[in-house]
Every structure is written in structure tokens, then in C-alpha cells.
Write a protein that binds this ligand. Structure first.
Ligand SMILES: Cc1cc2nc3c(=O)[nH]c(=O)nc-3n(C[C@H](O)[C@H](O)[C@H](O)COP(=O)(O)OP(=O)(O)OC[C@H]3O[C@@H](n4cnc5c(N)ncnc54)[C@H](O)[C@@H]3O)c2cc1C
Ligand SMILES: *[C@@H]1O[C@H](CO)[C@@H](O)[C@H](O)[C@H]1NC(C)=O
Ligand SMILES: *[C@@H]1O[C@H](CO)[C@@H](O)[C@H](O)[C@H]1NC(C)=O
Length: 467
């Protein structure tokens, strides 16, 4: 039932979703007729999400009927899939550019988009094992922030930022992209120095907060922790629940096909007839690659979804204690349980841990109503794997394989940039803009490790790290 609704929603979004003008009108209707007042909701994550989505569908339908017909999405590239000419040369090119992509998360969708930007003639099929409703990217608020400021990540981050700015100008929130400002405070100024280095030149309005902003009578922060430093900047969110369906809609309009199928290995797509395969399998990327499962590290995270539309700036205490306002709700979080791969439902300890850290910096938020929650596993890896190689399947099919996975906690921030890099490799385009800053590949490690569950993690007191 839940899945049925979810599919209906996707379809619905595909047709008209982009005209959802998540209007003030919609919000008022929502809060008046809210079906979500039950406190027991948190024990049924999927249901609580699908209920609220159902609400949104109904509202969209209302506002659509009063509005002009759905916006036809303009193509951002020069042309759609090849339709002209029938020479064998074109056919050969088509065959060569028959690309199979694993994954319809933010990384797979961004990579497909980037490939079509570089070559609109590419013929792409995207494979995914689960419905979009059940994958990580769907639940994420997607604030732009870079954890690891390697040169390659700075390039990926900047390329993504430029892309998000373009979407913001052309589509605004209809693309799932939102312009957003906010603050990061810390009890340790050194941590924030790193942030300035990682993305201070990419985002806009980056500045250090003055002491009176941190502590004075005008301060917007709670006094609980001994905050000693703070930064402000303006960037974008690209929230999974809107941004991914937006990209998918654009891709469908350009002839990209989507196939739900569980793959055992990247070889499967070569066997399906794709001479070029791109692995955007997220946490499963290492296992699908066959030589990298042991390099993947699960990092469990949780988000509580709050009805607090008055909260219009992100607020972080270091990088784990956070709020991110999305277009119509606010996410509060989180945990970063490294080496923990479950459970996929929320625990009372998670909720307690989040509020214990967040409440001191903004007591007001606790007064807001919780309307949902999300649990996800970040696809951790020492570095993102963007690499190309030539492989041959057991049956002798040769193919080009490009990897693009392992984005950890920054997938939305880095996806378009790393997708553009992967697109260069997939299409054999000159890679000079990447040369010299690509990190050397990690040693191969095919052996999948066994990981902890969160209950164990809490028992050992590993959650007591602050920040
Ligand atoms: C709590 C939390 C908060 C976060 N906040 C942010 C943030 O603010 N900003 C930010 O930039 N990032 C954030 N992230 C990180 C971000 O969510 C991830 O980096 C990103 O979603 C990874 O996307 P992906 O496409 O690689 O993976 P996924 O979304 O997991 O997609 C993987 C795809 O591969 C497919 N697949 C996997 N295995 C197979 C198989 N065997 N056969 C076929 N298909 C397969 C799946 O069906 C799916 O379509 C956050 C993460 C968490 C957990
Ligand atoms: C980001 O990319 C744009 C466009 O290529 C470029 O003009 C700008 O200088 C880059 N910014 C940074 C900080 O690299
Ligand atoms: C803040 O600092 C004071 C003294 O420096 C200390 O007594 C107090 O416990 C600290 N508070 C927190 C929340 O760390």
C-alpha cells in the first residue's frame, strides 16, 4: 500500500510535480487539516512519510487545477536523443554511446545529467534495485558543505555549486534547489578554520561572526555550550525528495530509460549490451565493483522532520548537531555512527542523543511538532572513487567501466561535480581539468566487513562525542 502510494506519487510528480508551488496557501491548508498529530508516528517511518506525501499530492492537485497547465521542461542541453539521420555512422555512434548506469540516487542522476550535457547523443539506461522511496538520497536535506577539502573535492564542490546556482536562477524551488543562509558555531575555532579552507571561496557571504553576535543580547544562539567561534555563509540545499525527481523528469524527457533490477555485479550491465558502464551504486558500489567492498564504511545517520517553517537559517554545532530548513519542513539531526550499518528504524537513544546536543543551541526548536523521521547509511570511503578501467566479462564482453561512488556525508554537495568527472571518463573526453589533482586509487579490498548495530554502539557509550 505504501509502495503503491509512493509510485503514484512519483508518477504524479513526474507529470505535474514541478509546478508544485509549495505555496503559503498549501501550508495553511496543511496545518489546518494536518493528519499527523499522533505522537506514535515515529514508530512507523515509512507510513508517516507517505501520509504527509499523500497530503502534498492532494494539495498539489488543488493548486494545479487552479493554475495554467504544467510547465514543459526546457532541455538544458542543445538537443534530445539522436533523431536525425540514419547513416551507419550515427548508428555506430549510438551503439558506442549506449551507457548503462547503476543507481538512481543523487549521484547516478547527476552523472546521467552530466553525460547528456557533454554529449546529448548518449543513450542511457539507469538501473536501480529498489524503488526511489527506499533509497538514501530520498531522505536528505542536502545542504552544501564540504567535509574533506581535497583539491578534487573543491573542484567537485565548485562545479556542483555552479550547477545549483543555474538551477536556482532557472527553476528556483521547483528544481528542489533552495538558496539558504545559516550559521555554524563551535567550541573550537580550529574546526571552523578548516571549513573556511574547504569551501569559503565557493559559497557566498562567508564571514566570521563577531563576539557580540555569538554572545550578546542580539545573539540568536542558546547559551548552553561554550561557543567560542562561528561562521555564516549562503549556499544551497538540494533536497532529495524534490531534486532527484526533478532530475529524473528531465532525464526522461531526454529519452533516458529507467529499469528496476537487482544487479550482482557491474558485469551484468555489459552482458545487457552496454559497452560503457557507470557504477553509481552508493554504499553497494564497492560490492558491485567486485574489488572494493572492504573499502566501504557505513556511517549511520538520523534526521527528525519538524514542522517549524519559521526556522529559515541552517544551524550547526560543529558538523553532527544540525538543523537544515528545506522548502517546507526543517530537518534536525543527526548522528554519525561510523562502522554502524543498522537498524534502519529510529531508536529512542537516537532521538535523545540528537536533542541532548541540539536543544542547548536553540531551545525553541524543541517546541515544534515532529512530523516524520529518516534513517540512512552514508556511503563512507576514504575518498570518492571516480576511476575508469577496461574490463572483460566471463563471457568475453569487453567494456569500459567508470566508478562514481563513496560520497559519504557530502553526496548532494559533490554529486554534479563528480558526475561531470565520471562523464568525462565515460565519454573519453579530455580530462585535463582533473589531471594532477586526482588522488591515487585505494588498494583493492574485495572482502566485505561485518559491522555493528546502533544498539551496540550506544551500549559502548560511543555516542558521547559532542558536535
Ligand atoms: C542523515 C544524513 C544527512 C545527510 N546530509 C547531507 C547533506 O546535508 N548534504 C550532502 O551533500 N549530503 C548529505 N548526506 C549524504 C548523502 O545522502 C549521500 O552522500 C548521497 O545520498 C549518496 O548518494 P548515492 O547516489 O551515491 O547513493 P544512494 O542514494 O544510496 O543511491 C544508490 C543507488 O544505487 C542503486 N543500487 C544499489 N545497489 C544496487 C544493485 N545491486 N543493483 C541495482 N541497483 C543498485 C540503488 O537502488 C540506488 O538507486 C547525508 C546523509 C545522511 C545519512
Ligand atoms: C568555480 O567555477 C567557476 C566557473 O568555472 C569559476 O569561474 C570560479 O572561479 C570557480 N570558483 C572557485 C572557487 O574555484
Ligand atoms: C562552560 O564553561 C564553564 C567554565 O569555563 C564550565 O563550568 C561549564 O561547564 C561549561 N559549559 C558547558 C556546557 O560546556
Amino acid at each position: 500500500m505504501v509502495i503503491k502510494w509512493s509510485l503514484a506519487r512519483i508518477l504524479f510528480l513526474s507529470i505535474i510535480g514541478l509546478t508544485i508551488a509549495t505555496s503559503i496557501h498549501g501550508k495553511i491548508v496543511h496545518s489546518r487539516n494536518s493528519p499527523n498529530n499522533k505522537p506514535s508516528e515515529s514508530s512507523h517511518p515509512a507510513k508517516s512519510y507517505s501520509d504527509s506525501r499523500h497530503g502534498r499530492i492532494a494539495r498539489s492537485a488543488e493548486s494545479i487545477s487552479a493554475n495554467p497547465p504544467a510547465i514543459a521542461l526546457p532541455e538544458s542541453g542543445p538537443a534530445g536523443p539522436v533523431s536525425d539521420g540514419s547513416s551507419s555512422l550515427v548508428t555506430a555512434t549510438e551503439q558506442e554511446l549506449n551507457i548503462g548506469i547503476v543507481g538512481e540516487g543523487v549521484v547516478g542522476l547527476s552523472t546521467a545529467t552530466a553525460i547528456l550535457e557533454l554529449n546529448p547523443k548518449a543513450k542511457i539506461t539507469i538501473y536501480h534495485d529498489k524503488p526511489f522511496e527506499e533509497i538514501l538520497s530520498r531522505g536528505i536535506a542536502g545542504l552544501f558543505r564540504v567535509d574533506d577539502g581535497s583539491d578534487i573535492n573543491k573542484l567537485y564542490g565548485n562545479d556542483t555549486f555552479v550547477r545549483l546556482a543555474q538551477l536556482w536562477r532557472e527553476y528556483g524551488g521547483l528544481s528542489g534547489v533552495q538558496l539558504l543562509s545559516g550559521h555554524i558555531v563551535s567550541t573550537d575555532k580550529r574546526k571552523l578554520n578548516d571549513q573556511e579552507g574547504n569551501y569559503g571561496k565557493i559559497v557566498t557571504n562567508f564571514r566570521w561572526l563577531k563576539d557580540e553576535e555569538l554572545h550578546g543580547v542580539n545573539s540568536v544562539f542558546g547559551y548552553g555550550p561554550n561557543i567560542t567561534a562561528g561562521i555564516h555563509y549562503t549556499a544551497f540545499t538540494s533536497e532529495g525528495i524534490r531534486y532527484c525527481p526533478f532530475m529524473k523528469q528531465q532525464l526522461l524527457a531526454k529519452g533516458v530509460k529507467f529499469v528496476q533490477k537487482k544487479l550482482a555485479s557491474v558485469d551484468d550491465l555489459a552482458e545487457e549490451g552496454h559497452p560503457i558502464v557507470v557504477n553509481c551504486g552508493g554504499f553497494n558500489g564497492g560490492e558491485l565493483a567486485g574489488d572494493d567492498a572492504g573499502n566501504m564504511i557505513p556511517i549511520r545517520g538520523v534526521l527528525l522532520k519538524m514542522d517549524a517553517s519559521w526556522h529559515k537559517h541552517f544551524l550547526y554545532l560543529d558538523y553532527t548537531t544540525i538543523t537544515i530548513p528545506t522548502i517546507d519542513t526543517v530537518y534536525v539531526g543527526t548522528v554519525k555512527q561510523e562502522g554502524v550499518d543498522g537498524p534502519m528504524h529510529i531508536l529512542p537513544e537516537d532521538v535523545e542523543d540528537v536533542w541532548r546536543r541540539y536543544e542547548p543551541i536553540q531551545p525553541a526548536l524543541r517546541r515544534a511538532r515532529q512530523i516524520g523521521h529518516f534513517v540512512g547509511i552514508r556511503p563512507g570511503r576514504k575518498q570518492i572513487r571516480v576511476e575508469a578501467e577496461d574490463r572483460t566479462t566471463k563471457s568475453g564482453k569487453k567494456y569500459r567501466l567508470v566508478h562514481n561512488y563513496g560520497h559519504g556525508g557530502n553526496g548532494f554537495t559533490l554529486a554534479y561535480g563528480s558526475g561531470l568527472h565520471a562523464a568525462h571518463l565515460a565519454l573519453g573526453v579530455k580530462t585535463d581539468r582533473y589531471d594532477g589533482i586526482v588522488p591515487s586509487p585505494l588498494l583493492k579490498d574485495p572482502v566485505k566487513k561485518t559491522w555493528k548495530k546502533a544498539e551496540e554502539f550506544y551500549k559502548e557509550g560511543l555516542n558521547l562525542k559532542s558536535g
